[in-house]
Each structure stands twice: as C-alpha cells, then as structure tokens.
Design a protein around this ligand. Sequence first.
Ligand code: PEP
Length: 265
Amino acid sequence: MDTMRPVIIAANWKMNTTPADAGELARTIAGRTREPDVLRVICPPSVCLAAVRDAVTGEGIGVGAQNLHHELAGAYTGEVSAPMLAGLVTWVILGHSERRRDAGETDALIGRKLGRAVEAGFRPILCVGELLDDRESGRATDVVRIQLAGALDGHDPATLRAAGLVIAYEPVWAIGTGRTASGADAGAMADAIRAALRDAGWGSAADDVPVLYGGSATSANIAEFLAEPGIDGALVGGASLKPDEMAGMVGRAAITAAARRAAGA
Ligand code: PEP
C-alpha cells in the first residue's frame, strides 16, 4: 500500500558548507520545514556531520552521510568507515552517480557498502539512474535493473526491508543540470524498480520500499514528481542548500503526505 510509505525530502549537500557554517544552515532549514508528516534528512559533508547533528537535535531531522567505506578500518587514506559514523548519522547515501563517476564505484562495491550500512544500523538511500545515452536509446530501465541487481545481490530482502532501504532514482543527465525527467517517466521507473525487487524475491515487500526522485528537483517542479503515486519524495542536491527551496519542497511534500494519510484512513 502506498499509504504505508513515508514521504521523504533528503538533502544532499555534496561538497558544500564548512563546519563553521553548516550548523547555522541546518538550523535555518529545520526552522523553516517543520512538517511532522514529512521525513526530512540532511546529508552534509562528513566533516560537517557533528555540527549538523548538534544543530538539529530535537528537530526530528535525520542526519546522513554521503558515502561510507566498504571496510571497517585499515589502510584506506582519506576514507570514512561505518564505525566512524556511529553517533553522527542514522542515514547514508550509497552509490550516488558522482561517486560512480569520480570514484569508480561499481554495483558490487556499492553492495558491500550496503552491507556495512545495514550492519551499522544506518538507513540506506541507494542511488540508481541511467545516462542520457541510455535514456535516448531506450535502455534506461535495463540499466537501472542491472544496477539494482548488482547492488542487492546476496542481500536478504527481509534484512534490507527492516533496515528501511530507500531507492533514489536519479537519472544522471538530470543531476545538477537544471533538466529533469518527466513526472510520468520517474513514476514509470519507480514502478519498474519495485517490479525488479519483486522479481528478486522481495514479493509484496517491494511495495513498502520508498522510491525518491532526484535530479534538479526544486520547489517549482517537485509537485510533478509527488503527484506520481509511486514516488515518495526527493533526493535534492543544489536546491537543498537554499532554505526557501527546502521550505517550498517540504511544504509541498506535506500536502502529499496528508493526502496519502487521508486516502489510507
Ligand atoms: C543529487 O545530488 O542527488 C541531486 C539530485 O542533485 P541536484 O538536485 O543538484 O540535481
């Protein structure tokens, strides 16, 4: 049932903010987005996690990392592991296309990170999405299915479901470009993602997995995505650094959450 799924607005601050200004930005966003029915998550750079955690204490906002390492400790210069994030985060983004592109992350590696996230008790947001060429040549769904299968291989569906797995559908050509997918295409991909989960042995539990849209989402276009019954919110990059934008997006998400609650009542 759609009504069982939360409506989520997750902010990916990417490599923006510093420990000196992240807390203030998070506090401002918290104060402008108090909608109890919307699950809000802020994912700042790792060096800003403590500042953001402290700034949003008591606000009901989740704090997330943008990545974690697939090993627990060792000779991995510059990396951050799950045990290092304990006490700082309750969420983690995995497999973001910028990490696939810049750090060469493969589906198999992302799958190992997923295991670490679940072990640590972090709620994972697993990112998938096709390149423009894939979309234009009609391969978008196949690409996303392969990404999902690769990352989820070997993971027990019940364990991932209990961990609260969230999938973010982020067409790569829409990230940071000002270009977006259509609501209908995003909704169709959300359906395809849940169908892939069902095929992978999830059964009806696939219907409980939140699917977010990501890719140049703003307060001006988010309604188109939230109007899709299969889309449960957004993973937002650039616009998530602007309190006005966050207020607009969370406000619109609250309308969807209320409508779903009313439909389920
Ligand atoms: C993202 O970083 O996940 C993202 C969707 O970025 P943007 O909103 O800037 O396209």
